[in-house]
Design a protein around this ligand. Structure first.
Ligand SMILES: [Zn+2]
Ligand SMILES: [Zn+2]
Length: 501
């Protein structure tokens, strides 16, 4: 379907409109009973930007197993308010925010456990850009259109407005000077705040023009600013002879950085157009333990999915179709063992919650899909806690909804390995989804084929859903199993595979 396009000045007008059109409320997804839960209330204008007219006290009501109870208040000023609430009774809740008589919003689910859980659920986006500003020449008020103009402002947006727990501003290698790279690392260090907001320095390697060949795009993230004597962590560029090929990048990374301190994440793997799709001939199993399945470009999971990464179908500006043979399923079929992430790939300096589509912006609706997000089951909200969980592939992608997804085989959670010799007979997987809407489908995918499914028509507010999904044959080494979840409202999630070794 072709999308409506509006002129650039119109977009700016809509972005700076101070009038409140709706409310948005975001909370943490997991907490122990009595422990603080962070709540953000945003007054939004018609374009989804903060409506600065928004002001007043937002009543916060916990809607849970034993009814509704007011648990706090957020003071909304200039359209934004932050608060902490505590809930004493374990259960699944959603937080309702109310301002005045007619502004109301309901959060995604919040799970309160009786004891501090061994792992908590944190949300993040390690794929976003600020240095894509060609549209600036076209309009007078460029920063309003293009969003926060600095890495610091972009990370602050991620923390305070998007309200995610971890982030990377991963600008393109060829768009960064050495001084800007040094500054990027330093700003990520300064804004890293254990327990509140975690940052990883990173950048994107790869270019669409094609230098030495078609290798695709990947974002590279580092555990911290300096790793074992490498200070600062290096930026390898795709226009330098030694790192112009994917193999060159892998060699350079492995030569300079301990393998446990760096992750390279291929993304929009099936996006059509020269050198933007992933070439599965060049994938490093040690470095590329993750792959981004979903972003504003759409889904790269497989052909024939609800959010195809297909600009021909959308009438969009690239005029390219979906790249066959370059989906995540094609990479999995070749034996690569990566976990799934969702990224925003925002180009307007608004990680996780872009409002316009960066340098090619035509209108704020010129996205193929909503921004993706990554959920991580981590032992702590620290660089080590989140990075270790990402390396362990204990993560999943969603289309933006913060549904709570658990997936396991026995004691092994999503992303893990299980030896075939440990399994006697058919394998039984456990899936638990706490959604924001009824679960239309919860599918177990084995070696890229759906082999079992379950669904729930549960009421929206208590969409807790558990299922045992079965493989009826004995699992073999090389098999992999992942979970695909589709809510009745179209939101999706993909839980990282469990690999049989
Ligand atoms: Zn890219
Ligand atoms: Zn990118």
């Amino acid at each position: 379907m072709a999308q409506e396009r509006t002129s650039l000045p119109d977009v700016v007008e809509r972005l700076i409109d101070p009038k409140v059109a709706s409310l948005r409320v975001v909370t943490d997804s997991s907490a122990a009973a009595g422990e603080p839960v962070r709540v953000t209330v945003q007054a939004c204008n018609g374009a989804g930007a903060t409506a600065t007219d928004g002001a007043g006290a937002a009543a916060l009501v916990a809607m849970g197993p034993s009814g509704h109870a007011k648990v706090g208040e957020a003071t909304v000023e200039d359209g934004l308010g932050h608060a902490q609430v505590a809930i004493a009774e374990p259960g699944v809740y959603r937080i309702e925010a109310l301002v005045g008589d007619d502004l109301r919003a309901v959060s995604d689910p919040l799970e309160i456990t009786s004891d501090a859980p061994a792992q908590s659920l944190y949300w993040g986006d390690v794929h976003s850009h600020i240095r894509e500003r060609r549209a600036q020449a076209l309009i007078s008020d460029a920063d309003l259109l293009m969003g926060p103009p600095t890495v610091e402002a972009a990370l602050a947006w991620a923390r305070d407005v998007a309200t995610i727990h971890f982030a990377t501003v991963s600008d393109h290698d060829l768009k960064l000077t050495e001084a800007e790279w040094a500054d990027t690392i330093e700003v990520h260090r300064r804004l890293n705040e254990p327990g509140r907001f975690v940052t990883f320095p990173g950048y994107e390697w790869g270019c669409s023009a094609g230098f030495a060949g078609n290798f695709g795009h990947r974002h590279v993230i580092y555990r911290r600013n300096r790793v074992r004597g490498v200070d600062p962590v290096p930026l390898f560029r795709c226009d330098r002879p030694e790192t112009e090929t994917a193999q060159g990048l892998f060699d350079a990374l492995k030569r300079t950085v301990p393998i446990e301190d760096v992750i390279s994440v291929p993304h929009h793997t099936a996006r059509g157009g020269g050198n933007t799709w992933m070439n599965w001939d060049y994938c490093d199993p040690e470095l590329e333990r993750l792959c981004e399945v979903f972003s504003i470009w759409g889904s790269s999971e497989k052909l024939g999915e609800p959010y195809p990464i297909d600009y021909l179908a959308s009438g969009g500006y690239f005029g390219t179709g979906e790249a066959r043979g370059h989906h995540l399923q094609d990479g999995l079929a070749r034996g690569y063992r990566f976990g799934f992430t969702g990224g925003s790939e925002s180009h307007d300096g608004r990680p996780s919650r872009p409002l316009v589509h960066g340098p090619y912006v035509i209108s704020e609706t010129d996205f193929l899909a909503p921004p993706g997000i990554t959920g991580v089951w981590a032992t702590s909200l620290t660089r080590d806690g989140i990075f270790d969980a990402l390396r362990a592939r204990r993560c999943y992608a969603t289309t933006g909804a913060r549904m709570i997804v658990r997936f396991g085989l026995g004691d092994t959670p999503m992303g893990g390995d299980v030896a075939a010799s440990e399994l006697s007979g058919p394998a039984e997987f456990s899936a638990q989804v706490i959604g924001a809407a009824p679960i239309a489908a919860c599918e177990l995918v084995k070696n890229n084929r759906e082999i079992d499914r379950a669904s729930s028509e549960g009421p929206e507010l208590t969409a807790r859903f558990s299922a045992t999904l079965r493989d009826r044959e004995a699992a073999q080494p090389g098999d992999f199993f992942y979970l695909r979840v589709t809510q009745a409202d179209g939101e999706m999630a993909w839980a990282s595979p469990i690999f049989i070794t």
